[in-house]
Design a protein around this ligand. Structure first.
Ligand SMILES: C[S@@+](CC[C@H](N)C(=O)[O-])C[C@H]1O[C@@H](n2cnc3c(N)ncnc32)[C@H](O)[C@@H]1O
Length: 374
């Protein structure tokens, strides 16, 4: 089928989703990770608009139904703490101010991980040390006076315009003995680092992984490829069903966590490779070219996959690919390129799809698509 016709068909199919949406078991305060921005106006909360639109207004997250009471409490505490300091929040348009964001991660075990990101501007090293010491006091106060189980507290100096926690800029552990928290998922335990990806809604993720397991149809002869594997959650949770799991992931800290998580759970039939999957996948596919029952699960970031990875799937002997997408619009061209007749390698066919509501109270869902070919 030609691209345009295929796009029209995909659009129509997806707009008329026949499978029911799988609901999230919890819809209140489900997020285990939040990035609270700190504004020049003294608010610690969320951006109302985007930089590109010229809006940098920050409002409190106190009425957000998907933010937990624990996180709201810590964010409010941080806001009150900032008001006592000579350093201000940050204006991302004017690039003024110091405190940029407070990142919180929690686990169902009640553990908390926190990171405060700070723009050094023209401050002297003494002034930066003073700010860092104040953040240490904030963390200590959370533990001692607020009785919050803060496992680790970080401080990051960050002066680029982009928003996020970038592993290349030094992240200093200033509170706690260990830089990790631990999460339970499908009876396994996962170690999580500050820079590793982990799904934000764990009970709904368990439903998502059950669906993936059903659609994989794994057997005693299957090899499972977990592409964009993060801390290895999909591959590790399905590892008991297959003789071999291969995980591919870009971020080194996530690969370290994945390897650690395999040992922690006594799993020894998995192998994780760090790098761009577009570079590592062809080598892995070559190695397992003779395996007739190789199943791929790919769970890329919002923007979807690099076209060269789609070409590698097309050229491979892979017969079944499950694509997990958190942004259907951005990944659409991937779906089309998997399925279009281009005179080259055999195309896949979209067999079924289902949405899992990983993000209640938002416009987003996780879409799972099953592609197969003969
Ligand atoms: C949406 S997360 C999914 C992680 C994991 N499957 C899970 O369910 O927790 C996407 C992951 O893809 C990784 N990633 C991004 N670009 C990549 C690439 N080119 N090759 C391999 N991994 C990539 C990210 O670091 C992130 O861990």
């Amino acid at each position: 089928m030609k691209s345009l016709a295929l796009e029209m068909k995909l659009k129509k199919d997806l707009m008329n989703l026949k499978s029911p949406i799988i609901e999230s078991p919890n819809i209140w305060g489900y997020r285990n990770k939040c990035e609270f921005a700190c504004g020049l106006n003294g608010q610690v909360g969320f951006y109302l608009g985007r930089n590109e639109d010229g809006t940098v207004e920050i409002v409190s997250g106190k009425d957000c139904p998907h933010v937990s009471e624990l996180m709201k409490k810590i964010a409010l505490n941080f806001q009150e703490f900032l008001a006592t300091l000579p350093f201000h929040g940050y204006d991302s348009l004017k690039e003024e101010g110091h405190f940029r964001q407070l990142v919180l991660r929690t686990s169902q075990r009640g553990e908390v991980m926190a990171l405060v990101q700070f723009h050094p501007q023209q401050l002297s090293s003494e002034e930066i040390s003073e700010a860092c010491a104040a953040v240490y006091n904030f963390y200590q106060n959370l533990c001692l006076n607020e009785r919050i189980k803060l496992s680790c507290g970080f401080f990051q100096l960050y002066s680029k315009r982009t928003v996020g926690i970038f592993p290349d800029d030094p992240i200093e552990l200033i509170y706690g003995d260990s830089p990790y928290i631990y999460e339970s998922l499908l009876n396994l335990t996962f170690r999580i680092s500050i820079t590793s990806f982990f799904q934000v809604n764990v009970p709904a993720t368990e439903k998502l992984y059950k669906l993936i397991e059903d659609w994989c149809g794994l057997s005693e002869s299957s090899v499972l490829l977990d592409i964009c594997c993060g801390t290895g959650t999909i591959g590790l949770s399905l590892s008991s069903k297959v003789p071999k799991v291969i995980g591919l992931e870009l971020v080194q800290s996530a690969v370290n966590d994945a390897n650690f998580n395999a040992s922690l759970n006594g799993i020894n039939n998995v192998e994780f490779f760090c790098g761009h999957a577009e570079a590592t996948l062809p080598r892995v596919l070559d190695k397992y070219a003779s395996v007739s029952d190789c199943v791929g699960v790919v769970d890329p970031p919002r923007a979807g996959l690099h076209p060269s990875l789609i070409r590698a799937f097309r050229k491979s002997s892979l017969k079944k690919l499950i694509y997990v997408s958190c942004d259907y619009k951005q990944a659409k061209s991937n779906f089309i390129n998997l399925c279009k007749e281009d005179g080259g390698a055999p195309p896949f066919e979209l067999k079924k799809y289902c949405a899992v509501d990983l993000f209640p109270h938002t416009h987003h869902t996780e879409l799972v698509l099953l592609f197969e070919r003969n």
